[in-house]
Structures are given as structure tokens and as C-alpha cells.
Design a protein. Structure first.
Length: 228
């Protein structure tokens, strides 16, 4: 479809739709993705912002761009984390493992303990994740517990998502712009279990219906070092 109008107006349409489909994109990233020079982009962003087509928000040292009324404030916080590769991978791993320790995250992502710790601290601060209470090798979710091979109490802290339903919804809604090939495959696998009723993700916790068969099948594909 051809877009009619002056070149500068066409550029603003392209910029607007990119921000619409990539909430929270920051200024320099937008410049790289659309191959628009910084000074030209500043001009277009200023006009779009003045006319109310977009909004700007300073987050973690970045000026992030959104389309008004298209995403809630709480979702904006989630997006600010999902747009960072390492943090996004941490969130996805915790989502799919139900609960995950820092040591596991270091091993899976091949990152140092200090690096993972920095990301974990930020996620805890914004209430994206929480510490899962443990007792004799059992990680308690809000319903059915996840059984671990050995007692981690006092030796490892295990984390879970505070609201897995929101994370799951956003990952599916923006999968084409947020996820790479590998994480899309994992999300597709989980979607199968959700659609067949083997796993139910509700606001605030994972539902228990079909949880056991889900775990059995899931760990046949993705072995977990602690799962029995």
C-alpha cells in the first residue's frame, strides 16, 4: 500500500506505526531501526508529541516512546524490562520454569552471578518477580507446589513471577517485535499446553488444572535439573 503525502509526513506515519508496534522503544534504537538521522528524528518526534500522537517517558536513563492510551502504565513497566535482552530472557525462563534460582539463571544464560544479580535486583524492585518461599525442597506457588530434588532453603533463593498472566499476555501480543527465534519456539510450546487446558495461567498465579501432566510433558522436552 502506498502512503500519499510529503516525504516528511510519510516518515512520521512510519515512525508512529513503529512506536505503536514496539511500545517503549527508545530514541536511538528507533533511529537505528528506521535508519533516520538523529536530528531528523528529533524533528518528527517533536511534532508527533506536540500533536498528541505519541508520549515520551524517561526510564532507566532512556527516553522511551509510546502511543497514548494503547498501553497501561503497569504494562509500560513490564515493557521496559522485556525490551532488554538479558532481563527478558530471565523473565521468560522464570515463566516457563514456574520458579527458578539465580544459579540456574547463570547456568542457562551463561552470565556471571553479579550480572544476573543486578537484573534480579531491578526486577524485585519493580515487583516483576518475587522470592518464592521454600521449605524442604518445595517451592510454594500460590496453589500447587513445585517439588525439587533437594532442599534449597538457606542455600539458594528461588524466584517466581508476581503476575505471570500479564507477562504471558504481553509476550503473545507482541511476540513478533519482542522475541527472537528461540524464545518464540518456547512460547509456542507453552501455548499448546495452555490451549489444551494442561496449564491455566490466571492473574497472580498459575492455575492447577492439568498442572501435573503439563510438567511431565514439559520436562520431557526441556529437562530441569531439580525436577523429579
Amino acid at each position: 500500500m502506498k502512503i500519499k503525502g510529503a516525504p516528511e509526513k510519510i516518515n512520521r506515519v512510519i515512525i508512529y506505526h513503529y512506536i505503536l508496534n514496539n511500545p517503549g522503544v527508545h530514541f536511538r534504537e528507533l533511529s537505528r531501526k528506521l535508519n533516520i538521522k538523529i536530528y531528523n528524528l528529533k524533528y518528527h518526534i517533536k511534532i508527533l508529541n506536540k500533536k498528541g500522537f505519541i508520549t515520551q517517558k524517561k526510564e532507566d536513563g532512556f527516553l522511551r516512546l509510546y502511543v497514548p492510551n494503547k498501553i497501561s502504565n503497569s504494562d509500560k513497566i513490564v515493557f521496559s524490562f522485556l525490551r532488554k535482552k538479558t532481563t527478558r530472557n530471565i523473565i521468560i525462563i522464570i515463566l516457563y520454569n514456574i520458579a527458578t534460582s539465580q544459579r540456574e539463571l547463570c547456568e542457562i544464560l551463561q552470565k556471571s552471578s553479579s550480572t544476573i544479580n543486578d537484573h534480579i535486583r531491578n526486577l524485585l524492585k519493580k515487583n516483576i518477580i518475587e522470592i518464592a518461599p521454600t521449605n524442604k525442597g518445595i517451592v510454594y506457588r500460590k496453589k500447587k507446589p513445585k517439588i525439587l530434588k533437594k532442599d534449597l532453603t538457606g542455600r539458594e533463593i528461588v524466584f517466581r513471577l508476581t503476575d505471570p498472566a500479564t507477562i504471558y499476555r504481553i509476550l503473545n501480543e507482541y511476540r513478533e517485535t519482542l522475541l527472537d527465534k528461540e524464545t518464540k519456539i518456547i512460547l509456542d510450546g507453552v501455548n499448546v499446553y495452555v490451549k489444551t487446558g494442561m496449564l491455566k495461567i490466571k492473574s497472580g498465579f498459575f492455575g492447577t488444572n492439568g498442572y501435573d501432566p503439563f510438567i511431565k510433558k514439559f520436562y520431557e522436552v526441556f529437562p530441569h535439573p531439580y525436577h523429579v
